[in-house]
Design a protein around this ligand. Structure first.
Ligand SMILES: Nc1ncnc2c1ncn2[C@@H]1O[C@H](COP(=O)(O)OP(=O)(O)OP(=O)(O)O)[C@@H](O)[C@H]1O
Length: 735
């Protein structure tokens, strides 16, 4: 273990720091080999190494910082928690989360013991005198999240409801707040009061359960300067242990229980990642845990997620740290910057739209350290140097301001999980392009059966080329900042190997394209109405990896055999195993599969003007791609209206129909009067009154089906409720 390096404090402390803490060896572990090692850099970051035997699942992970076994809880407190307390006393919420595999020291870190206090007790000890001096007070709540339900640990009653008020603050209805008048009172309540039989144990009949537990410390004070009173809170969360549910299972808790725990942990890490990469949409609603933490984890609050590790590497720990690593600030900083510039460059799709959200979520995948997915690297591709040689530009590489970029992506081999190779770059010389001229990006996706292709010409009021990495500015010589927002390509990062072309009519659109130093295209690529490639990123071997989402084809359709082949390939791709522990990727794979199914189900009656060209390209001829003529005039409706059986049309529309029916139900619940509400299945006097109360706080409290869970309704009850509403609507319609 190396000597500690002093850690830099980001200032101000916003977002979530993801740090590691390796606990000391226990007696039983001392004799064992394969310790976890760490390295810390002078610029305030750390890497955790897992040793040779874990190399298969990636030998190291980056974190925002890491504390070694020789460092105590006090070190974590002074470096990570103290800066948050400063903010707490100024009225800002914050949060400290202990995450990790079972037995990694989470409870010891958060709760500790009388002799060796954890972070929560150290916090109260630290702030108590200050709050007293300010004439303020401290209250606490202790809770447990078990199977996506929240329970009070200090005054156990029914379930605690997690709700959002009119100011979009989270209210924990039914969670008691107990005043604490001294540090010893806090100790009694926190260390001993919560150790009685918990609600989850009651539910599970005394069986050992896996649940998240937390203590919220509320500080009520009067601001010295403004003389205004405020309540700020800090939440200490001891998460249930992350466990690979595929391995031989602990008989004490069920598989379903572990799966639920992992799901909530994934959703938490997704939230942390979204916050740290400054995404517009943060999926707090994914689980009760994230909903509960909504007020504590945001860009405007400070938080720290401590990834606890046993000192001996085991697979659960390795996976837990890898997952944490993708959410850390350091890993997401670049992505944050690129999203920011992407937003500046502006696109037609507003980021708050569902598609925008999907794209932002997908974009986050790109910032995964791709070597995590080493197993999906395209084999036989040559070393980076070989690749570079092959990709040397053949023409004059100098580029003038305003010149055009032609990024051509060829060969989408679905069996490689959507690997896209940028082949045969050619420079078209000093193709001058003035502001207002166009960029032609051609996207071509060809698998063995020449699936599809398409391209986009988009107009630029000014060049939108951003120079990055190893690009020599004099070589490129292009304006670095787009000055006009009217452009379809948000970011184009190019290097000296990029190819230029500025011909062809408009057909498809591309969101963001970047080229890394190995001449690989990476970024977020959305291709208009015809195709959809969400995330593409490149690894160091010049292979593009990521998630590819393909929307209904325009030019050709997959036969069911082709579809099965692709799904089969995806299923047999070693990456799929890795994906199982990487929720976003798994979700995307599911989406790919669904999209492909949908696709193969739809007969598309569009002629395939590019067929010949596809064939020519497959046969190896280098031909500049041509935009499908008139493709952009077609919208989905016109494409599907005149083709297929009524059943096909129904399938095409049913998703939209379902969504609108759900929306109808929510609108009904947001507007029905008390009597109408009470006439619904599952809604009695109490719930109807409660809904009306909610409406007073927020005019439309139900925006999502998940919101109905806040009424304490089970999924079955929600289905019954919706059936009743829809039944009534149907009745009204026919009468
Ligand atoms: N800093 C430490 N110093 C000494 N022992 C420690 C330390 N941290 C943890 N331990 C010991 O390691 C063991 C596991 O710790 P702990 O119960 O905190 O893990 P956990 O991650 O909360 O486990 P679980 O997920 O099963 O609740 C305990 O025996 C604890 O005493």
């Amino acid at each position: 273990m190396e000597t500690p390096v002093s850690r830099s404090h980001p200032n101000p402390r916003h977002g979530v720091r993801v740090v590691g803490k390796i606990r000391p060896f226990l007696e039983s572990e001392a004799a064992r080999s394969c310790p976890i090692l760490m390295g810390r850099s002078g610029d305030g970051h750390a890497s955790v190494f897992f040793g040779d035997q874990n190399r298969g699942s990636k030998g190291s992970s980056k974190l925002d910082w890491c504390y070694g076994p020789e460092e105590g809880v006090n070190d974590v407190f002074s470096n990570e928690v103290k800066p948050l307390l400063q903010e707490l006393l100024e009225g800002r919420n914050s949060c400290v989360i202990a995450y990790g595999a079972p037995g990694s020291g989470k409870t010891q870190l958060i709760q500790g013991t009388e002799e060796s206090p954890g972070l929560a007790l150290l916090t109260v000890t630290d702030i108590f005198p200050v709050v007293e001096e300010l004439g303020g007070s401290i209250n606490i709540s202790c809770y447990e999240v078990y199977q996506d339900h929240v329970y009070d640990l200090l005054e156990p009653k029914g379930e605690v409801l997690v709700m959002e008020d009119a100011n979009q603050r989270i209210q924990l209805k039914g969670l008691s707040q107990v005043p604490v008048k001294s540090i010893s009172e806090f100790k009694d309540l926190f260390l001993h009061g919560c150790d009685l039989k918990t609600p989850s144990q009651n539910i599970a009949n005394d069986v050992m359960v896996k649940s998240h537990r937390g203590v919220i410390i509320y500080v009520s004070c009067v601001d010295k300067e403004s003389k205004q009173s405020f309540v700020a809170k800090i939440n200490f969360v001891d998460l249930a242990g992350y466990e690979d549910i595929k391995k031989k299972h602990d008989v004490k808790c069920t598989l379903a229980e572990s799966a639920k725990v992992n799901k909530s942990l994934y959703s938490l890490l997704n939230v942390v990642q979204a916050v740290n990469s400054n995404q517009n949409y943060v999926s707090y609603r994914e689980s009760k845990l994230t909903r509960l933490l909504q007020d504590f984890i945001s860009r405007s609050t400070g938080a720290v997620l401590v990834t606890c590790m046993s000192p001996v590497a085991c697979l659960d720990t390795v996976h837990a740290v890898h997952l944490a690593s993708r959410s850390c600030q350091m890993v997401n900083q670049h992505h944050h910057d690129s999203i920011k510039s992407s937003k500046n460059a502006s696109r037609n799709v507003p980021s708050c739209s569902p598609m925008g959200r999907v794209r932002e979520l997908d974009a986050s995948l790109k910032k995964l350290d791709i070597s995590q997915f080493g197993s999906i690297e395209k084999k036989g591709y040559g070393t980076p140097s070989e690749t570079n040689r092959r990709l040397q530009p053949s023409g004059n590489s100098s580029r003038k301001p305003g010149s055009a970029i032609h990024a051509s992506f060829k060969k989408l081999d679905m069996s490689q999980l959507g690997s896209i190779e940028k082949k045969g770059p050619q420079h078209l010389g000093n193709s001058l392009r003035k502001p207002g001229s166009s960029v032609h990006v051609s996207i071509e996706k060809i698998n063995n059966s020449s699936m599809m292709k398409g391209r986009k010409l988009f107009n630029l009021k000014s060049p939108c080329i951003k120079v990055e990495k190893k690009i020599c500015a004099s070589d490129v010589g292009i304006n670095r900042e787009p000055s006009v927002s009217d452009m379809d390509v948000s970011i184009v990062n190019e290097n000296e190997h990029s190819k230029i072309d500025d011909s062809g009519p408009s057909a498809l659109e591309v969101d963001a394209v970047s080229v890394n130093e190995h001449n690989c295209v990476e970024g977020l690529v959305g291709i208009g109405p015809a195709l959809e490639v969400d995330v593409v990123s490149a690894n160091k071997h010049n292979c593009v990896e990521g998630t590819v989402d393909i929307e209904p084809a325009v030019e050709s359709k997959l036969s069911s055999d082709q579809h099965d082949d692709i799904v089969e390939n995806l299923n047999h791709n070693p990456a799929f195993d890795v994906a199982a522990s990487t929720p976003l990727l798994t979700d995307k794979l599911r989406e790919i599969s669904n999209s492909l199914k949908l696709w193969s189900n739809k007969p598309i009656g569009i002629s395939t003007p590019q067929d010949d060209q596809c064939k020519r390209k497959l046969s190896g001829d280098t031909v500049d791609p041509q935009t499908p003529v008139g493709l952009h005039h077609l919208d989905y409706n016109s494409r599907f209206e005149d083709v297929g059986t009524p059943q096909d049309k129904w399938r095409t529309r049913s998703t939209g129909l379902k969504k609108s029916l759900v929306q109808e139900c929510l609108t009904y619940l947001n507007s029905a009067n008390k009597e109408e509400l009470k006439a619904l299945k599952g809604i009695g006097e109490k719930r109807a009154t409660y809904i009306l109360e909610l409406r007073e706080e927020t005019p439309e409290p139900f925006k999502d089906v998940d919101d109905l869970k806040d009424l304490g309704l089970s999924s079955k009850q929600i289905r019954g409720l919706m059936s009743k509403i829809l039944g009534d609507l149907k009745h009204d319609f026919w009468c």
